[in-house]
Design a protein around this ligand. Structure first.
Ligand code: 5GP
Length: 196
């Protein structure tokens, strides 16, 4: 069986990655599998351990790094985030296209490791404007003013990293963005098939 794609998906906090992923996951022919990350940040209301993230302590996270269990990891606004390697490998070898929703620091690590892997694609989601992004982060209102500021500063930094990605999609309309991303994934799947 042909190995599935590894899809690196990034974009600044508040850009709407979650909404888009939820919609993409419902499109069956994309054969997507979401890689659940490990994090040391606090659980937000409505989040479920093992579904949105594996919520762990800093000690547990550092042990996972030490034991070589993470494909990549990064610190994002004072907390650790990382991708458990085993799950990604298992699902790819089962033929699923594994979606990593990760920040630009982690994405760079993955791209460096996968630079000879044609089955790795990278997509960056941009907001229509910074004003819109700020409004979205504030609308979420789950964070303190300090965290909102840190996330906005981080967003500005992340937007400077878009050149590393193969595809840039603007989220000015959720359904259009979903269609564009689905098209990118289908084309990559076709390319892998053609080359087999
Ligand atoms: P949030 O706290 O809003 O859920 O996520 C904050 C940021 O961390 C987002 O940009 C998200 O893409 C990123 N992130 C989530 N999981 C991972 C991961 O496993 N690794 C890395 N490097 N970043 C992650």
């Amino acid at each position: 069986m042909k190995k599935g794609l590894l899809i690196v998906f990034s974009g600044p906090s508040g850009v709407g990655k979650g909404t888009i992923i939820t919609k993409l996951m419902k499109i069956e022919d994309l054969r997507l599998c979401y890689s659940v990350s490990m994090t040391t940040r606090e659980k937000r209301e409505g989040e479920i351990d093992g579904v949105n993230y594996f919520f762990v302590s800093e000690e547990e996270f550092k042990k996972a790094i030490y034991d070589g269990e993470l494909l990549e990891h990064a610190v994002f606004v004072d907390h650790f985030y990382g991708t458990p390697k085993k799950y990604v490998e298992e699902k790819r070898s089962e033929g699923f296209n594994v979606l990593l929703e990760i920040d630009t620091v982690g994405a760079k690590q993955v791209m460096n490791q996968m630079k000879y892997d044609d089955e790795c694609i990278s997509i960056f989601l941009v907001p229509p404007s910074l004003e819109e992004l700020e409004a979205r982060i504030r609308h979420r209102a789950s964070e303190t003013e300090e965290v909102v500021h840190k996330r906005l500063r981080k967003a500005t930094q992340e937007l400077k990293e878009t050149f590393r990605y193969q595809y840039i999609v603007c989220n000015d309309d959720v359904d259009k963005a979903v269609d564009s991303i689905a098209k990118i994934i289908r084309e990559a799947m076709q390319k892998v098939k053609d080359e087999a």
